[in-house]
Design a protein around this ligand. Structure first.
Ligand SMILES: Nc1ncnc2c1ncn2[C@@H]1O[C@H](COP(=O)(O)OP(=O)(O)OP(=O)(O)O)[C@@H](O)[C@H]1O
Length: 336
């Protein structure tokens, strides 16, 4: 290796990314009429992301998914705890080292329209990571690399000389994916990569991501609010609620254990009303992240909550299918 990075690719299943008891707080600015307030966006998260797999992170808007993604890439530091990539603590890595590590972990953003500079040619856009890393490519090598990357994501290589306003949303997202893969990363964080696309295009992008993962032996951290999509695409599913991990499904078909996961699944549109489950549907508003309840954070909306839930915060259990719940659905005989 010439870049001084960890030698070898982590074996499939070995954690490539680790969160150890991570908190991340944000402080709102105070002023004449408002006092400073602290919001816990990520709350005591301990999580391994195994190499070569697709780990999904799912939850409603504001549950901390994007904050988790930014922590994973070392773009922000944890308030407490440790985030490590291939064994290296991202918060203590020196700037130059962090830049090297970032070459091995890339992100595909939700909105391809705002993530691509409209003034750049498409070729320059996909090669931007080389510029960020200070890697100079000369004329013929530049053109060949840009064309190869565009071909890899199913775009006509001759588009390299065009500007992105010629492209559709799906084509722009392909450019975003090509750019993320330019430096041959090991980990790709996909932050709602299909959320702003038409349904028919979403399926094509998911198929492309699946094909690229198999071909390039990638690890994905797939962030989404859509549990049905995550269940289709991911090997393992992390369910977040108000900054905390409430359940980790070891496989997409695993029976659901947490009432919140059940409610998330039930909230997906199901045309046949007889198939809609009502047992554990969430009711009411999500409590404010500024003012978390003392017990289970889901208790105010949970139909199964009792006094224990309102008083004592449940921890993720240490089973093969971890859940943070005093009354998991399998114990109540109402799973899946
Ligand atoms: N820079 C910031 N300053 C203050 N609060 C923030 C900041 N970034 C995120 N938050 C807050 O942290 C919480 C988690 O936000 P985050 O964007 O991680 O959630 P999310 O699950 O990704 O939501 P969405 O799906 O809407 O993007 C939210 O309450 C959000 O308002």
């Amino acid at each position: 290796m010439t870049d001084g990075l960890t030698t070898g690719v982590p074996t499939t299943g070995v954690p490539i990314l680790r969160f150890e008891d991570v908190n991340r707080d944000f402080t709102t600015p105070g002023g004449w009429f408002a006092r400073r307030r602290v919001l816990r966006a990520v709350n005591a998260v301990t999580l391994d992301v195994p190499a070569g797999r697709v780990t999904g992170v799912v939850g409603e808007s504001g549950c901390g998914k994007s904050t988790l993604a930014r922590l994973a890439l070392g773009l922000i530091k944890p308030t407490d705890g440790r985030v490590s990539f291939e064994g290296e603590d991202l918060a203590t890595a020196r700037r130059a080292r962090l830049r090297q590590l970032r070459a091995r972990m890339q992100m595909v953003f939700q909105d391809p329209y705002s993530s691509i500079d409209p003034r750049m040619t498409i070729g320059d856009a996909v090669l931007e990571p080389f510029v960020v890393q200070g890697i100079r490519l000369t004329g013929a090598a530049r053109a060949a690399k840009a064309e190869a990357l565009l071909g890899m994501v199913g775009l006509d290589p001759s588009l390299a000389r065009n500007h992105p306003h010629h492209l559709s949303g799906g084509q722009k997202q392909r450019v975003g994916i090509a750019r993320a893969l330019a430096l041959e990363p090991r980990l790709v964080v996909l932050d709602e990569p299909t959320a702003s696309l038409d349904v028919s295009i979403q399926a094509q992008i998911v198929a492309l991501l699946e094909a690229l993962k198999a071909r390039l032996d990638l690890t994905y951290l797939f962030i989404s609010h859509d549990l049905a999509l995550v269940r289709y695409f991911c090997d393992r599913i992390v369910v977040m609620y108000l900054g905390a991990v409430v359940e980790i499904l070891p496989s997409p078909a695993a029976p659901i254990r947490h009432p919140y996961t059940r409610a998330l699944l039930d909230s997906a549109f199901v045309p046949d009303p007889t198939r809609r489950q009502t047992l554990a549907r969430a009711t009411g508003e999500i409590p404010s992240a500024f003012d978390l309840p003392p017990g289970c954070v889901y208790a105010p909306r949970c139909p199964l909550a009792d006094e224990t839930c309102r008083r004592i915060r449940p921890q993720l259990d240490r089973s093969a299918h971890p859940v943070a719940c005093h009354h998991p659905l399998d114990r109540a005989g109402a799973g899946s």
